[in-house]
Design a protein around this ligand. Structure first.
Ligand code: APR
Ligand code: MG
Length: 280
């Protein structure tokens, strides 16, 4: 197919590319996601990301987080297994066996170990990796079989590119597209009409979502949804585009019956089943 396409990723696209579930499926079919998120001061970030992943169909989820955060969220996420201090273990080069995709960043505190941790993840050539929040730092990426997926909001995009937020917002498609090509990464530039730019020049614009998502923690759930879709989709592009589409759709569904102001980030995972039903 042609590349360098710039277009809207529609509900039809999402409906057509969401993988069908075979009746003989078992938990291994859907793959294990490894989520490095949450810390003593931000345990909820791991919860929001984990719930997003589980509601989006990850077969199994391993959450690498602090002992305190694991204790705080385990009752709410009984489906997951916990790798206590997974962040430090991975910084030392250790990864759980047989993981299909990984995501790092939500609710992690700024630390020196971050670069080592990201390096361990990116050293696995075949592992799809999502870098969010604190894991989005200025660095150089070498060309990799599966490009890393970065999910910056405009402030984080400014941090890694040196461009001003105003400049980025005035030409979102170009800014995301240029960074994706130059650094061989997938850029998910968040905010109204999230832009997804791929290293081959393709750009998709997401039509879903609204200001009900303009709340702390909504990005954390997106990271979990992308992680799950990387486990269940065979195309990385479709996984990313469908995740962003689904995430925005939860807010569109919310405003059909609830006030825009009242939506909380923790409502996102709870709205996923109904949105998924419409896409299936
Ligand atoms: N219209 C549509 N979508 C929106 C809108 C809007 N007006 N406002 C926000 N969103 C969506 C974004 O597209 C994105 O998917 O909500 C999500 C917000 O994600 P983040 O900006 O990452 O916000 P947050 O979840 O609070 O991040 C938590 O990570 O990025 C760091 O500094 C951030 O420490 C904070 C943490
Ligand atoms: Mg965020």
């Amino acid at each position: 197919p042609q590349t360098g396409n710039k277009r809207v990723w529609s509900g039809e696209d999402a409906g057509m590319t969401l993988p069908a579930i075979h009746s003989t499926a078992h938990k291994g079919t859907f793959g294990t996601g490894y989520l490095l998120a949450g810390s003593d001061t931000m345990p909820g970030s791991a919860l929001l990301a984990a719930k997003g992943a589980i509601r989006s169909g990850a077969g199994k989820l391993i959450i690498g987080t602090s002992r305190f955060a694991a204790g705080a969220i385990a009752g709410a996420v009984p489906e997951a297994t916990y790798e206590i201090d997974g962040f430090y273990k991975t910084a030392k080069g250790k990864l759980p066996d047989k993981i299909k995709a990984a995501a790092i960043g939500p609710g992690l505190e700024e630390e020196d170990a971050m670069e080592r941790c990201v390096k361990t993840l990116l050293a696995e050539e075949d592992l799809p990796v999502v870098l969010d929040a604190g894991a989005i730092q200025k660095r150089k990426y070498s060309k990799r079989k599966i490009p890393p997926i970065l999910t910056p909001h405009p402030g984080e995009m400014s941090r890694i590119t040196g461009l001003s937020i105003e400049d980025i917002q005035s030409r979102r498609i170009e800014a995301a597209g240029q960074y994706a090509k130059e650094q061989h990464v997938i850029v998910v530039l968040k905010g109204r009409h999230t832009v997804m730019a791929f290293p081959d020049g393709d750009v998709y614009v997401n039509p879903t979502g609204n200001a009900a998502l303009a709340k702390g923690g909504s990005g954390d759930s997106l990271t979990g949804i992308i992680l799950a879709f990387l486990c269940t989709h065979s195309s990385i592009k479709e996984a990313v585009a469908n995740a962003v589409y689904l995430h925005g759709s939860t807010a569109d569904l919310w405003v059909e019956s609830g006030g825009e102001r009242s939506m909380a980030a923790s409502d996102i995972p709870e709205l996923i089943p109904a949105v998924m039903k419409k896409l299936e």
